[in-house]
Design a protein around this ligand. Structure first.
Ligand SMILES: C[S@@+](CC[C@H](N)C(=O)[O-])C[C@H]1O[C@@H](n2cnc3c(N)ncnc32)[C@H](O)[C@@H]1O
Length: 279
């Protein structure tokens, strides 16, 4: 169970640690949310789980207590040392802790054979890295489930539909590989210190046939959203060897046109975008 806000304050005092805003250090202090995260991800003994930013070890302990095998990456040297001293001796065979940046090590150095056998992600993400980290994860290997504590605004962006201001490249990459299952709104009081934004537990379930974009196509899609009000014809004509002709046929067949804007085009049509070989 997580520590209460006062016990968390005491532990922070004892460690001489001041929560760092830049690292999104808002620690979970609500047992129901910890349980809900595990329940949504269906974590059980023998599962392989990845956690980003274990912090003081609240979610971490609950995951390890199920009997799951956990790989975790923590950026803060001080918190890493605390976890190394307290949790590693308790779970010497199932806890694999890495000190590092989750954007460089999105799966906490999970071995390739473990990743290939199937794994889940449960994390209370540092909000500043949520999009670059997700982008790295969506390049594969893909977890079967992700239960992620996010800034509510980010969760809305990831789940956004075409035609809305929030629809962007990350919505396309995410929705190509994952279905969005019912999640959970989380109040600021569930954290210490309280964040000044609303939070949301996003629940993602891998599609039976997930679609992963080629890295070059991802860059191209991202560039289209950097000038989201510009027409796709003008944006892509110079960037594709065929001037965009092949994809414009797909776009037109789906009821759109080179005059359409990136934010209006559905995910399935983006999946047809390819970079043809140069003539
Ligand atoms: C929102 S706190 C979550 C802490 C803990 N999991 C909990 O739920 O109470 C985010 C954690 O991510 C860590 N962190 C921040 N940036 C990171 C990065 N780039 N890579 C890995 N961990 C990071 C922070 O130090 C902090 O421990």
């Amino acid at each position: 169970m997580p520590l209460s806000p006062s016990a968390t304050r005491d532990l922070l005092d004892q460690l001489g640690h001041f929560p760092k805003r830049a690292l999104g250090q808002n620690f979970l202090v609500d047992g129901n949310i910890v349980l809900k995260s595990l329940e949504l991800a269906g974590v059980r003994a023998g599962d392989t789980v990845v956690e980003v930013g274990p912090g003081l070890g609240t979610l971490t302990t609950a995951i390890l207590e199920t009997g799951a095998d956990l790989w975790a990456v923590e950026f803060d040297r001080h918190l890493h040392a605390h976890l190394e001293a307290t949790l590693l001796p308790r779970f010497p065979n199932t806890f694999h802790l890495l000190e590092g940046d989750a954007v460089d090590q999105p799966l906490a150095a999970l071995p390739a054979d473990k990743a290939a056998a199937g794994f889940k992600v449960v994390a209370n993400l540092p909000y500043a890295i949520s999009t670059p980290w997700m982008d790295a994860v969506f390049s594969g290997p893909l977890p079967t489930n992700l239960v992620l504590m996010l800034q509510q605004e980010a969760a809305q962006r990831y789940a956004a539909k075409p035609g809305s201001k929030q629809f962007g490249a990350i919505s396309i990459f995410l929705q190509s590989a994952y279905d969005i299952a019912p999640g959970h709104k989380v109040a600021a009081a569930c954290f210490h210190p309280r964040p000044d934004v609303e939070s949301y537990l996003l629940n993602l379930v891998r599609k039976p046939a997930p679609f992963v974009f080629d890295p070059e196509v991802k860059l191209l899609i991202r560039s289209c959203f950097q000038q989201r009000r510009k027409q796709l014809g003008a944006l892509l004509r110079d960037k594709l060897p065929d001037g965009g002709a092949a994809w414009f046929v797909e776009l037109t067949a789906a009821g759109y046109s080179p005059q359409s804007r990136a934010e209006d085009v559905p995910v399935a049509v983006w999946q047809k975008l390819q970079i043809p070989p140069a003539a």
